[in-house]
Design a binder for this molecule. Structure first.
Ligand code: HQG
Length: 171
């Protein structure tokens, strides 16, 4: 579900609107056309059991979306800008540090750099790519310097980039 609701809805012929919403009926139908069988109940369980609350259903229950993490071009979510806490954390792998030192944190294929208030969670995110290292980001200083911050419905913080001078902890 993350793959089609964040990245490649077209692989099953699903349409996402600019806010990332897809019709649950269409999701079930299109998934079935590629041999994946989903039901309202399965989807409901995935939504409620997702440890990171990755998905959200619309109030009328007809639509579903991933709340953050998108790379699909059809999605351009409008998050409202917020004042961040003094520091936020980003977990990455040690092998990326040389490049991050030079270029800062870039959003890559996704629409935003992902940050969290939770250092332990950041550590786990870094582990996905190798030896994990948690970087501390001077988010409030960035905010004072005009960088915009957003917070998704699942409390993941988002920003477009983090220049190296705002990263103050390397290991
Ligand atoms: C790294 C998960 C080299 C960046 C998590 C990361 C998150 C650079 C990787 C969400 C770089 C991108 C997103 C630079 C950044 N040079 N490497 N200049 N700038 N990087 O997966 O933040 O479980 O696109 O450090 O919880 O790891 O999917 O982003 O290692 O919230 O719900 O490039 O995905 O959530 O990787 O993870 P990603 P991310 P879910």
């Amino acid at each position: 579900m993350s793959y089609v609701l964040r990245h490649k809805p077209e692989v099953i012929g699903l349409l996402l609107d600019v806010e990332g919403w897809a019709s649950i009926e269409d999701l079930i139908k299109e998934a079935e056309s590629v041999g994946k069988f989903l039901s309202y109940e399965t989807i409901s369980n995935i939504v409620s059991r997702s440890d990171k609350k990755r998905f959200e259903r619309s109030e009328n229950g007809a639509n579903i979306r991933a709340v953050q993490g998108h790379s699909s071009e059809s999605v351009k979510r409008k998050y409202s800008a917020l004042q961040p806490p003094d520091f936020l954390y980003h977990g990455t792998a040690t092998r990326f540090l040389d490049s991050i030192r030079k270029k800062g944190l870039l959003h890559g294929a996704r629409h935003h750099v992902h940050l969290t208030e939770n250092e332990v969670l950041a550590h786990d995110v870094g582990l996905r790519y190798g030896r994990s290292v948690v970087l501390r980001i001077k988010s409030y200083q960035m905010f004072l310097n005009g960088f915009k911050f957003f917070r998704a419905e699942n409390d993941v913080w988002l920003t477009l980039k983090v220049p190296p001078e705002f990263i103050d902890m390397w290991d």
